[in-house]
Design a protein around this ligand. Sequence first.
Ligand SMILES: [Zn+2]
Length: 195
Amino acid sequence: MHAITRSGWIEVITGSMFSGKTEELLRRLRRAEIAGQEIAAFKPAVDDRYGEATIGSHNGRQWEARVVDAEGEGLWDVRDELNGEQVVAIDEANFFSTELVDVCEALAADGRRVIVSGTDQTFRGEPFEPLPQLMALAEYVDKLQAICTVCGEPASRNQRLIDGDPAHVDDPTIMVGAAESYEARCRNCHTLLTD
Ligand SMILES: [Zn+2]
């Protein structure tokens, strides 16, 4: 990434679950840290996971993060809690309301490098705000692919499973406390129950 002026910018790291988004975010944070840049990392408060204050990937690497409200005015704590940090990281961005778009725009206008990571599709395979808006406004977008659990092709979709069966199309987009699981799947292997 080249900062050719003193202005800030937005980077989006997106793709399905298991595509390595958090690993890529951590890689960028580590490079910034090595360069001696100050970093602030945030993640949303999502009911049952409230209090987990680390950004972690499946390979065990972690980064300390501050937990902020996922919607409403509390989301502006991301900006209010900053001091001189040049780099602001936001993980699990799909759990934030679209207010996150304005927050990220303000951070970039403040001259900060904003790195946002989150999935861009719901379990239905539809655009999952706020990522689509952020992808449009960002200077840099990387859309990562996972590998389809069924056929081995590149996967861009999140397959939600309830007790091993495909979720119903009418299920809520964000389920809290449910016994659901997810697989990365390609367009052909992604399925939904419709009746
Ligand atoms: Zn497939």
